[in-house]
Design a protein around this ligand. Structure first.
Ligand SMILES: NC(=O)c1ccc[n+]([C@@H]2O[C@H](COP(=O)([O-])OP(=O)(O)OC[C@H]3O[C@@H](n4cnc5c(N)ncnc54)[C@H](OP(=O)(O)O)[C@@H]3O)[C@@H](O)[C@H]2O)c1
Length: 337
């Protein structure tokens, strides 16, 4: 415990903030010493400010902690941030300028040229971008971001295919869980027994982030992957877990066996002893009716991207289904990895 790094959670009372608490409270490297949220919560005990939504109890130590003002004064040097983009845009730079390493879940800086947008298995090589940030040069602080929750599962499945065969076009249609909208999120009367075929800015984020994640670091910027992508994003009445129907056109022909081998052999973090990285980041399920959110979202402790239904596509080359847990792999788990 004495050797653990002190960390803070900004936006600790929200959906992603709660996942951070759940995943980091027993983490072998980190100790949560600081929680912050809005002025509505500041000064209150965590248990009085947060409506705990997860299916494991709120850790007792955390429940008794007092929520600090969202100000860098007195905050630890490592901050996991789970703020809405508008608030993050104003607040995260203040923490970076004060010398904090800010690991951000919001979209505010994901596409900024000097900000790495990272999935550790996919593009840890983009991290040197942060050396270009003015905060880094002045105070040592920086911002690093993790992607949109629908982009993460998709990109994990695409990365080994891009490496081995090259990708020319991607068509993806999502079925996204309600927890992706935070709490209270979508009104129950809008989503129960229904599908909402619109999530503000989501299709644009999926498209541009996917290509940046699969891009290459060229000097001081990332050159996005040269591929066509079209995303359709839908909200469905599922609690957790985003499911996506994907079709792809490859630059080099690949057989079913070659695609399955690319997925099963994809273990870029093997041997690094990272406490929360899954041993098998992409899990293939052979059954015709899988993956399903309720049955498959917790594979790899919620950190695996599950693929299934691989079959030829009559428009492009191959099609398949991908599923990932939106608040674990898609947010807090990815940031903690
Ligand atoms: N949910 C997901 O699946 C998911 C996945 C990936 C990324 N994200 C992104 O992660 C971020 C957080 O999402 P969420 O779902 O956790 O949202 P949320 O449930 O609405 O939580 C928002 C958090 O921000 C705090 N906050 C609001 N205004 C603030 C202010 N002025 N100063 C400081 N803190 C403030 C809230 O505190 P109070 O309780 O005091 O209001 C709360 O802790 C968003 O950018 C979202 O797009 C979410």
């Amino acid at each position: 415990m004495q050797n653990k790094l002190n960390i803070g959670i900004l936006g600790a009372t929200g959906m992603v903030g709660q996942r951070f608490i759940q995943l980091l409270e027993e983490h072998p490297w980190f100790q949560i010493t600081w929680l912050a949220a809005s002025d509505r919560s500041s000064g209150k005990r965590y248990e009085d400010a947060a409506k705990w939504r997860l299916d494991t109890p709120c850790p007792e130590r955390i429940a008794k902690m007092t929520i600090s003002p969202a100000d860098p004064d007195g905050a630890p040097r490592i901050i996991f941030a789970a703020l809405d983009a508008d608030i993050a845009r104003e607040m995260e730079p203040r923490f970076a300028a004060a010398g904090c390493a800010v690991v951000s879940n919001s979209s505010a800086f994901r596409m900024q040229e000097d900000v790495p947008l990272v999935i550790p298995e996919v593009n840890a090589s983009h991290l040197p971008l942060l050396e270009n940030q003015s905060w880094r040069k002045q105070s040592g602080g920086y911002i690093v971001t993790n992607p949109n929750c629908s982009a993460i599962g998709l990109v994990l499945a695409l990365k080994p295919l891009e490496e081995r065969f090259g990708i020319e076009s991607i068509f993806v249609s999502t079925m996204q869980a309600v927890s992706g909208a935070g709490y209270p999120g979508v009104a129950s009367l809008d989503i129960l027994g229904n599908v909402v075929p619109y999530i503000k800015n989501e299709e644009e984020k999926m498209q541009e982030e996917t290509l940046k994640l699969l891009g290459s670091l060229k000097g001081s910027r990332v050159e996005s992957l040269d591929a066509k992508i079209s995303a359709h994003c839908n909200r469905v009445p599922v609690e957790d877990g985003h499911t996506e129907s994907v079709s792809i056109k490859l630059r080099k022909k690949a057989t079913r066996e070659q695609i399955l081998a690319a997925w099963s052999e994809f273990k870029p973090l093997a041997g690094q002893d990272l406490p929360t990285a899954p041993a098998q980041p992409i899990e293939f399920v052979a059954a015709d009716d899988r993956p399903q959110p309720r049955l498959d979202r917790m594979r790899g402790n919620g950190m695996a991207s599950t693929v299934g239904r691989l079959r030829p596509c009559t428009l492009l080359d191959w099609k398949f289904t991908v599923l990932s847990h939106n608040t674990i792999r898609g947010a807090a788990g990815a940031a903690g990895e």
